[in-house]
Design a protein around this ligand. Structure first.
Ligand code: PGA
Length: 246
């Protein structure tokens, strides 16, 4: 089945470096069938818009503002991102939750902003090492999902992709066992089924993210319920990322 492979550039590459990246990357992925999305810094959206038009690669931002417009120095709104041709935005990445103190309520607000302008959302959820070690994974995931999805209409769920990203697995080279990923993915579906319906939960696309590389990607994609990958570090090398998509 077709999978969705998302690259999260985080705060890496200059616009020129990103341009060189695309020159290398695009010919290599031209004939690949998986869905491909590059989530790039705001400064790269304009170039992405120019270079990715008429390709099989979609793009998005890594964050958006909780606000629509106005006196919010340094913020970028969902309509600004949408107006540059983006299809997706990541919301609630653990680095934003931790380093920029984003709350579940703000994440809920950001999701509403994105959906309001037809931007699809990649919502990140996942537990810290401490929470993992103390068997709090399900509790955390449930809270994050319930608040993030609060007040949404069931038919909006088709524009939301959920990424399970254990915080302790991000950038560490560590990954959960396949059984653990399978359990959490299943649990995410259960929570969504409770909030909305079983039918909507079944249709949900759930990604795994956290230290995905060329060696572990195939096994992770084989896990029941995993619809794709959110790739950080390994997407920065076009060669590595192409191999993962392949
Ligand atoms: P990583 O990052 O692949 O470098 O672990 C994943 C992410 O933060 O989305």
């Amino acid at each position: 089945m077709k999978k969705l492979i998302v690259g999260n550039f985080k705060m890496n590459t200059t616009v020129q470096e990103f341009s060189n990246y695309l020159d290398k990357f695009l010919p290599d992925v031209k004939s690949l069938k998986n869905g491909i999305v590059l989530c790039v810094p705001y400064t790269h959206l304009m170039l992405a818009n120019q270079k990715l038009v008429a390709t099989n690669v979609l793009f998005g931002s890594q964050n958006i503002s909780t606000e629509e417009n106005g006196a919010y120095t340094g913020e970028v709104s969902s309509i600004m991102v949408k107006s540059l041709g983006a299809t997706y935005t990541i919301v609630g990445h653990s680095e934003r939750r931790k380093l920029f103190r984003e709350t579940d309520e703000q994440i809920n607000q950001k999701i509403k902003m994105a959906l309001g302008v037809n931007l699809k959302v990649i919502l990140c959820v996942g537990e810290t090492k401490f929470e993992h070690n103390n068997n709090k994974t399900k509790l955390v995931i449930k809270r994050e999902l319930e608040i993030a999805l609060k007040g949404l209409y069931e038919n909006e769920l088709k524009n939301i992709v959920i990424a399970y990203e254990p915080v302790w697995a991000i950038g560490t080279g560590k990954t959960p066992s396949t059984k653990e990923i399978e359990n959490v993915v299943d649990y995410i579906k259960n929570v969504v089924a409770e909030i909305f319906s079983q039918k909507s939960a079944e249709k949900l696309c759930i990604l795994y993210g956290g230290s995905v590389d060329e060696n572990n990607c195939a096994n992770i994609l084989k896990i029941e319920g995993v619809g794709g990958l959110l790739v950080g570090g390994s997407c920065l090398s076009p060669d590595k990322f192409v191999n993962i998509i392949k």
